[in-house]
Design a binder for this molecule. Structure first.
Ligand code: FES
Ligand SMILES: [Fe+2]
Length: 408
Protein backbone atom coordinates (compact mmCIF):
# COMPACT_ATOMS: atom_id res chain seq x y z
CA UNK A 1 0.00 0.00 0.00
CA UNK A 2 2.62 2.52 1.04
CA UNK A 3 4.86 1.43 -1.83
CA UNK A 4 2.09 2.13 -4.29
CA UNK A 5 1.80 5.63 -2.78
CA UNK A 6 5.49 6.17 -3.53
CA UNK A 7 4.90 5.21 -7.17
CA UNK A 8 1.82 7.39 -7.40
CA UNK A 9 3.74 10.42 -6.11
CA UNK A 10 6.61 9.74 -8.49
CA UNK A 11 4.23 9.52 -11.48
CA UNK A 12 2.73 12.85 -10.51
CA UNK A 13 6.17 14.44 -10.10
CA UNK A 14 7.22 13.17 -13.54
CA UNK A 15 4.01 14.43 -15.19
CA UNK A 16 4.43 17.88 -13.64
CA UNK A 17 8.13 17.83 -14.46
CA UNK A 18 7.42 17.12 -18.13
CA UNK A 19 4.74 19.82 -18.28
CA UNK A 20 6.95 22.26 -16.35
CA UNK A 21 4.12 22.79 -13.86
CA UNK A 22 3.56 22.26 -10.16
CA UNK A 23 0.59 21.76 -7.90
CA UNK A 24 -0.53 25.11 -6.59
CA UNK A 25 -2.43 25.95 -3.42
CA UNK A 26 -5.80 27.63 -3.92
CA UNK A 27 -4.72 31.07 -2.85
CA UNK A 28 -2.05 33.29 -1.37
CA UNK A 29 -2.29 33.10 2.44
CA UNK A 30 -1.41 35.76 5.05
CA UNK A 31 -0.04 34.88 8.47
CA UNK A 32 0.11 37.55 11.19
CA UNK A 33 3.74 38.58 11.60
CA UNK A 34 3.19 38.40 15.38
CA UNK A 35 2.88 34.60 15.03
CA UNK A 36 6.68 34.63 14.86
CA UNK A 37 7.46 37.26 17.47
CA UNK A 38 4.79 37.23 20.20
CA UNK A 39 6.29 35.76 23.41
CA UNK A 40 2.84 34.72 24.65
CA UNK A 41 2.12 32.84 21.45
CA UNK A 42 5.54 31.19 21.80
CA UNK A 43 4.66 29.94 25.32
CA UNK A 44 1.35 28.58 24.01
CA UNK A 45 3.16 26.71 21.25
CA UNK A 46 5.59 25.14 23.69
CA UNK A 47 2.73 24.05 25.97
CA UNK A 48 0.21 22.95 23.35
CA UNK A 49 2.48 21.61 20.63
CA UNK A 50 5.80 20.53 22.11
CA UNK A 51 4.47 19.32 25.47
CA UNK A 52 1.42 17.55 23.99
CA UNK A 53 2.30 16.23 20.53
CA UNK A 54 4.54 13.24 19.83
CA UNK A 55 8.11 14.39 19.14
CA UNK A 56 10.75 12.43 17.28
CA UNK A 57 13.46 12.49 19.92
CA UNK A 58 16.07 10.13 18.45
CA UNK A 59 16.79 7.98 15.44
CA UNK A 60 16.87 4.32 16.55
CA UNK A 61 20.52 4.06 15.56
CA UNK A 62 21.43 6.57 18.26
CA UNK A 63 20.35 3.92 20.80
CA UNK A 64 21.30 0.82 18.90
CA UNK A 65 22.28 -1.59 21.70
CA UNK A 66 20.53 -2.69 24.91
CA UNK A 67 21.68 -0.38 27.69
CA UNK A 68 22.22 2.61 25.38
CA UNK A 69 20.73 5.78 26.83
CA UNK A 70 20.42 9.47 26.06
CA UNK A 71 19.45 12.28 28.42
CA UNK A 72 18.17 15.50 26.90
CA UNK A 73 16.13 18.54 27.82
CA UNK A 74 13.18 19.32 25.58
CA UNK A 75 11.34 22.62 26.14
CA UNK A 76 12.52 22.53 29.75
CA UNK A 77 11.50 18.90 30.35
CA UNK A 78 14.34 16.55 31.34
CA UNK A 79 13.96 13.33 29.35
CA UNK A 80 15.79 10.01 29.52
CA UNK A 81 15.60 7.51 26.66
CA UNK A 82 16.86 3.98 27.24
CA UNK A 83 17.16 0.86 25.12
CA UNK A 84 16.08 -1.95 27.41
CA UNK A 85 17.24 -5.57 27.60
CA UNK A 86 14.38 -6.79 25.38
CA UNK A 87 15.35 -4.29 22.67
CA UNK A 88 12.43 -1.94 23.23
CA UNK A 89 12.86 1.75 23.96
CA UNK A 90 11.57 3.46 27.08
CA UNK A 91 11.23 7.17 27.79
CA UNK A 92 11.19 8.68 31.26
CA UNK A 93 11.03 11.95 33.05
CA UNK A 94 14.71 12.27 33.98
CA UNK A 95 14.01 13.15 37.63
CA UNK A 96 14.85 11.11 40.67
CA UNK A 97 11.70 10.32 42.62
CA UNK A 98 13.49 11.34 45.83
CA UNK A 99 13.92 15.06 45.22
CA UNK A 100 13.97 15.51 41.48
CA UNK A 101 17.64 15.50 40.51
CA UNK A 102 18.17 14.15 36.95
CA UNK A 103 19.41 10.55 37.29
CA UNK A 104 21.35 10.52 34.02
CA UNK A 105 23.44 12.99 32.03
CA UNK A 106 24.65 12.90 28.46
CA UNK A 107 24.60 9.56 26.69
CA UNK A 108 26.24 6.17 27.09
CA UNK A 109 25.47 2.59 28.00
CA UNK A 110 24.18 1.58 31.44
CA UNK A 111 21.76 -0.95 32.84
CA UNK A 112 21.14 1.16 35.94
CA UNK A 113 21.42 4.78 37.04
CA UNK A 114 22.59 5.98 40.43
CA UNK A 115 21.31 9.43 41.30
CA UNK A 116 24.24 11.73 41.93
CA UNK A 117 22.59 13.54 44.85
CA UNK A 118 21.88 10.91 47.58
CA UNK A 119 22.49 7.70 45.68
CA UNK A 120 19.09 6.19 44.91
CA UNK A 121 19.39 3.59 42.19
CA UNK A 122 17.08 2.99 39.20
CA UNK A 123 17.04 0.26 36.56
CA UNK A 124 16.97 1.33 32.91
CA UNK A 125 13.33 0.19 32.78
CA UNK A 126 12.56 2.87 35.37
CA UNK A 127 12.20 0.63 38.43
CA UNK A 128 13.53 1.97 41.71
CA UNK A 129 16.08 -0.66 42.75
CA UNK A 130 17.40 0.83 45.94
CA UNK A 131 17.04 3.70 48.38
CA UNK A 132 20.33 4.82 49.95
CA UNK A 133 20.55 4.03 53.70
CA UNK A 134 17.02 2.59 53.66
CA UNK A 135 16.93 1.96 57.41
CA UNK A 136 17.59 5.62 58.13
CA UNK A 137 15.38 6.96 55.36
CA UNK A 138 12.18 5.21 56.47
CA UNK A 139 9.80 2.86 54.70
CA UNK A 140 8.40 3.74 51.25
CA UNK A 141 6.77 1.57 48.61
CA UNK A 142 9.47 1.28 45.93
CA UNK A 143 6.96 0.25 43.26
CA UNK A 144 5.29 3.64 43.67
CA UNK A 145 8.54 5.51 43.17
CA UNK A 146 9.69 4.33 39.77
CA UNK A 147 10.73 6.91 37.17
CA UNK A 148 7.72 8.48 35.47
CA UNK A 149 7.17 6.95 32.03
CA UNK A 150 6.29 8.87 28.90
CA UNK A 151 4.35 7.27 26.02
CA UNK A 152 6.84 6.11 23.38
CA UNK A 153 6.67 4.49 19.94
CA UNK A 154 9.50 3.27 17.76
CA UNK A 155 8.61 3.01 14.08
CA UNK A 156 10.57 3.31 10.81
CA UNK A 157 13.84 3.50 12.76
CA UNK A 158 12.71 6.62 14.62
CA UNK A 159 11.62 7.12 18.22
CA UNK A 160 8.59 9.25 19.16
CA UNK A 161 7.80 10.37 22.70
CA UNK A 162 4.93 12.40 24.19
CA UNK A 163 6.13 14.58 27.07
CA UNK A 164 2.84 14.06 28.88
CA UNK A 165 2.60 10.88 30.95
CA UNK A 166 -1.21 11.13 30.92
CA UNK A 167 -1.66 11.72 27.21
CA UNK A 168 -4.50 9.76 25.62
CA UNK A 169 -3.27 10.46 22.10
CA UNK A 170 -2.24 7.35 20.14
CA UNK A 171 1.16 8.07 18.52
CA UNK A 172 0.29 5.71 15.68
CA UNK A 173 -2.86 7.71 14.91
CA UNK A 174 -0.86 10.94 15.02
CA UNK A 175 1.46 9.56 12.33
CA UNK A 176 -1.50 9.16 9.91
CA UNK A 177 0.20 6.29 8.04
CA UNK A 178 3.26 8.44 7.28
CA UNK A 179 5.47 6.03 9.24
CA UNK A 180 4.70 3.32 6.66
CA UNK A 181 6.21 5.56 3.99
CA UNK A 182 9.22 6.42 6.14
CA UNK A 183 9.83 2.67 6.62
CA UNK A 184 11.04 2.57 3.00
CA UNK A 185 14.22 4.39 4.00
CA UNK A 186 15.11 1.40 6.18
CA UNK A 187 16.49 3.65 8.96
CA UNK A 188 16.12 0.82 11.50
CA UNK A 189 19.25 -0.72 9.99
CA UNK A 190 21.17 2.51 9.30
CA UNK A 191 23.98 3.85 11.40
CA UNK A 192 24.60 7.21 13.06
CA UNK A 193 27.66 8.86 11.52
CA UNK A 194 27.67 12.05 13.57
CA UNK A 195 25.47 14.74 15.06
CA UNK A 196 25.83 18.42 15.95
CA UNK A 197 23.75 21.26 17.30
CA UNK A 198 23.08 24.60 15.62
CA UNK A 199 21.41 27.67 17.01
CA UNK A 200 18.70 29.16 14.86
CA UNK A 201 15.90 31.72 14.76
CA UNK A 202 12.28 31.31 15.97
CA UNK A 203 11.36 27.63 15.49
CA UNK A 204 8.61 28.37 12.97
CA UNK A 205 10.84 30.71 10.96
CA UNK A 206 13.38 27.91 10.84
CA UNK A 207 10.80 25.24 10.00
CA UNK A 208 9.31 27.34 7.18
CA UNK A 209 12.66 27.01 5.44
CA UNK A 210 12.54 23.22 5.50
CA UNK A 211 9.13 23.33 3.80
CA UNK A 212 10.28 25.70 1.08
CA UNK A 213 12.04 25.02 -2.22
CA UNK A 214 11.12 28.50 -3.51
CA UNK A 215 14.24 29.95 -1.87
CA UNK A 216 16.75 27.35 -3.05
CA UNK A 217 18.28 29.04 -6.14
CA UNK A 218 18.37 32.44 -4.44
CA UNK A 219 19.44 31.97 -0.84
CA UNK A 220 21.57 28.95 -1.70
CA UNK A 221 23.01 30.32 -4.97
CA UNK A 222 26.54 30.03 -3.59
CA UNK A 223 26.15 26.47 -2.30
CA UNK A 224 23.55 24.59 -4.39
CA UNK A 225 23.83 26.96 -7.37
CA UNK A 226 21.55 29.55 -8.92
CA UNK A 227 20.09 27.16 -11.51
CA UNK A 228 18.69 24.84 -8.81
CA UNK A 229 14.94 24.04 -8.98
CA UNK A 230 12.55 26.22 -6.96
CA UNK A 231 9.33 24.24 -7.33
CA UNK A 232 7.89 21.65 -5.00
CA UNK A 233 4.82 19.47 -4.94
CA UNK A 234 3.52 18.72 -1.46
CA UNK A 235 2.06 15.45 -0.28
CA UNK A 236 0.39 15.40 3.14
CA UNK A 237 -0.48 12.76 5.70
CA UNK A 238 -2.25 14.78 8.37
CA UNK A 239 0.25 17.44 9.45
CA UNK A 240 3.26 15.55 8.01
CA UNK A 241 4.41 16.60 4.58
CA UNK A 242 6.79 15.41 1.93
CA UNK A 243 7.94 17.96 -0.64
CA UNK A 244 9.64 17.01 -3.83
CA UNK A 245 10.56 18.80 -7.01
CA UNK A 246 8.46 17.96 -10.09
CA UNK A 247 10.99 16.44 -12.47
CA UNK A 248 11.61 13.52 -14.78
CA UNK A 249 15.10 13.23 -13.35
CA UNK A 250 16.31 11.43 -10.29
CA UNK A 251 19.59 10.38 -8.87
CA UNK A 252 20.71 6.86 -9.70
CA UNK A 253 21.10 4.70 -6.60
CA UNK A 254 24.63 4.66 -5.32
CA UNK A 255 25.96 7.38 -7.58
CA UNK A 256 25.80 11.08 -8.28
CA UNK A 257 24.59 10.31 -11.82
CA UNK A 258 21.12 11.40 -12.89
CA UNK A 259 18.61 9.17 -14.65
CA UNK A 260 15.49 10.05 -16.66
CA UNK A 261 12.68 8.19 -14.91
CA UNK A 262 10.26 8.71 -17.78
CA UNK A 263 12.52 6.55 -19.97
CA UNK A 264 12.67 3.70 -17.44
CA UNK A 265 10.27 0.92 -16.57
CA UNK A 266 8.57 1.72 -13.29
CA UNK A 267 9.85 -1.49 -11.70
CA UNK A 268 13.38 -0.24 -12.36
CA UNK A 269 12.89 3.10 -10.59
CA UNK A 270 15.58 3.26 -7.90
CA UNK A 271 14.49 3.56 -4.28
CA UNK A 272 16.34 6.91 -3.94
CA UNK A 273 14.11 8.29 -6.71
CA UNK A 274 10.99 7.13 -4.94
CA UNK A 275 12.12 8.82 -1.72
CA UNK A 276 13.72 12.01 -3.03
CA UNK A 277 12.91 15.43 -1.65
CA UNK A 278 12.36 16.46 1.93
CA UNK A 279 10.24 14.49 4.39
CA UNK A 280 9.02 16.59 7.28
CA UNK A 281 7.48 15.20 10.44
CA UNK A 282 5.26 17.67 12.27
CA UNK A 283 6.10 19.72 14.23
CA UNK A 284 9.90 19.69 14.12
CA UNK A 285 11.68 17.17 11.90
CA UNK A 286 13.01 17.35 8.37
CA UNK A 287 14.69 14.47 6.56
CA UNK A 288 16.62 14.89 3.33
CA UNK A 289 18.72 12.21 1.70
CA UNK A 290 22.08 12.68 0.04
CA UNK A 291 24.53 10.67 -1.91
CA UNK A 292 28.03 12.02 -1.61
CA UNK A 293 31.46 10.48 -1.61
CA UNK A 294 30.43 8.84 1.65
CA UNK A 295 27.67 6.71 0.21
CA UNK A 296 23.95 6.89 0.83
CA UNK A 297 23.10 9.09 3.78
CA UNK A 298 20.37 11.30 5.18
CA UNK A 299 20.34 14.35 7.34
CA UNK A 300 17.65 14.27 10.00
CA UNK A 301 17.18 17.77 11.38
CA UNK A 302 15.47 17.96 14.75
CA UNK A 303 14.29 21.41 15.72
CA UNK A 304 13.21 22.66 19.15
CA UNK A 305 12.09 26.07 20.39
CA UNK A 306 14.91 27.82 22.27
CA UNK A 307 14.84 29.91 25.42
CA UNK A 308 13.12 32.89 23.85
CA UNK A 309 10.71 33.42 20.96
CA UNK A 310 13.60 34.40 18.69
CA UNK A 311 15.72 31.31 19.33
CA UNK A 312 15.71 27.63 18.38
CA UNK A 313 18.13 24.75 18.62
CA UNK A 314 18.55 22.17 15.88
CA UNK A 315 20.27 18.83 16.18
CA UNK A 316 21.50 17.60 12.83
CA UNK A 317 21.89 13.82 12.72
CA UNK A 318 23.81 12.43 9.76
CA UNK A 319 22.72 8.82 9.34
CA UNK A 320 24.15 6.43 6.78
CA UNK A 321 22.90 3.26 5.16
CA UNK A 322 26.28 1.63 5.81
CA UNK A 323 28.95 2.63 8.29
CA UNK A 324 31.93 4.00 6.32
CA UNK A 325 34.58 1.32 6.05
CA UNK A 326 37.44 3.27 4.46
CA UNK A 327 39.05 6.62 5.16
CA UNK A 328 37.93 7.90 1.76
CA UNK A 329 34.28 7.06 2.42
CA UNK A 330 34.53 8.50 5.93
CA UNK A 331 35.98 11.71 4.51
CA UNK A 332 33.24 11.85 1.88
CA UNK A 333 30.56 11.61 4.57
CA UNK A 334 32.38 14.21 6.67
CA UNK A 335 32.55 16.62 3.71
CA UNK A 336 28.85 16.14 3.01
CA UNK A 337 27.90 16.72 6.65
CA UNK A 338 30.14 19.81 6.91
CA UNK A 339 28.66 21.21 3.71
CA UNK A 340 25.19 20.89 5.23
CA UNK A 341 26.32 22.79 8.32
CA UNK A 342 27.38 25.71 6.15
CA UNK A 343 24.16 25.68 4.13
CA UNK A 344 21.92 25.65 7.20
CA UNK A 345 23.94 27.75 9.64
CA UNK A 346 25.34 30.40 7.30
CA UNK A 347 22.49 30.65 4.82
CA UNK A 348 19.13 29.44 6.22
CA UNK A 349 19.55 30.36 9.87
CA UNK A 350 21.54 33.55 9.32
CA UNK A 351 18.72 34.75 7.07
CA UNK A 352 16.08 33.53 9.53
CA UNK A 353 17.69 35.53 12.33
CA UNK A 354 17.78 38.68 10.20
CA UNK A 355 14.18 38.12 9.17
CA UNK A 356 13.19 37.65 12.82
CA UNK A 357 14.95 40.82 13.91
CA UNK A 358 13.18 42.78 11.21
CA UNK A 359 9.78 41.30 12.11
CA UNK A 360 10.39 42.24 15.72
CA UNK A 361 10.23 45.90 14.75
CA UNK A 362 6.48 45.26 14.85
CA UNK A 363 6.02 47.35 11.71
CA UNK A 364 4.74 44.58 9.47
CA UNK A 365 1.22 43.20 9.91
CA UNK A 366 1.48 39.94 8.09
CA UNK A 367 3.74 37.75 5.97
CA UNK A 368 2.69 35.87 2.83
CA UNK A 369 2.76 32.29 1.63
CA UNK A 370 2.20 32.04 -2.11
CA UNK A 371 0.28 29.44 -4.07
CA UNK A 372 3.64 27.78 -4.68
CA UNK A 373 4.26 27.58 -0.92
CA UNK A 374 1.45 25.26 0.05
CA UNK A 375 3.59 23.40 2.56
CA UNK A 376 4.07 26.47 4.74
CA UNK A 377 0.35 27.20 4.51
CA UNK A 378 -0.52 23.71 5.74
CA UNK A 379 2.10 23.83 8.52
CA UNK A 380 0.73 27.09 9.96
CA UNK A 381 -2.86 25.82 9.70
CA UNK A 382 -1.92 22.79 11.78
CA UNK A 383 -0.07 24.90 14.34
CA UNK A 384 -3.22 27.02 14.75
CA UNK A 385 -5.53 24.03 14.89
CA UNK A 386 -3.44 22.15 17.45
CA UNK A 387 -2.71 25.12 19.70
CA UNK A 388 -6.47 25.76 19.87
CA UNK A 389 -7.49 22.13 20.45
CA UNK A 390 -8.41 20.97 23.95
CA UNK A 391 -6.68 17.93 25.43
CA UNK A 392 -9.85 15.90 24.82
CA UNK A 393 -10.00 17.01 21.18
CA UNK A 394 -6.50 15.87 20.27
CA UNK A 395 -7.19 12.12 19.99
CA UNK A 396 -10.40 12.89 18.08
CA UNK A 397 -8.60 15.08 15.55
CA UNK A 398 -6.22 12.26 14.67
CA UNK A 399 -8.84 9.51 14.83
CA UNK A 400 -10.89 11.53 12.31
CA UNK A 401 -7.81 12.12 10.23
CA UNK A 402 -7.24 8.36 10.16
CA UNK A 403 -10.75 7.76 8.86
CA UNK A 404 -10.32 10.49 6.22
CA UNK A 405 -6.98 9.06 5.04
CA UNK A 406 -8.45 5.55 4.86
CA UNK A 407 -11.35 6.80 2.75
CA UNK A 408 -9.06 8.41 0.15
S1 FES B 1 17.52 13.43 44.62
FE1 FES B 1 18.09 11.52 43.90
S2 FES B 1 18.81 10.47 45.59
FE2 FES B 1 18.15 12.34 46.41
FE1 LIG C 1 17.38 26.42 2.80
Amino acid sequence: MSRSQLYEMTRSLIAHGKAKTMELADRVVSIPASAYTDPEQFEIEKAKIFKRMPLMLAPSCELSKPGDFKAMTVVGVPVLLTRQKDGSVAAFLNMCTHRGNPVAQGSGNASRFVCGYHGWMFKNDGDLLGVASPGDFGAINKAEHCLTKFPVLERAGLIWVILDPHSTLDIKDFLCGYDDLLEHFGFANWTLFDSRQLEGPNWKTAYDGYLDFYHLPVLHANTFGSDFFNRANYFAWGPHQRLSSPSVNAQKTGSTETVDLSKMREEDWPIDALLQGVWTIFPHISIASFYGGGGRGAMISQLFPGNTVGESVTTQFYVMEHAPDTDAVRQGARDQFDFLKIVVRDEDYTTGKRQHEALQSGLMDHVLFGRNEGGGQVFHQWVDRLTQASDDDLPLIFAKQKIAEAAE
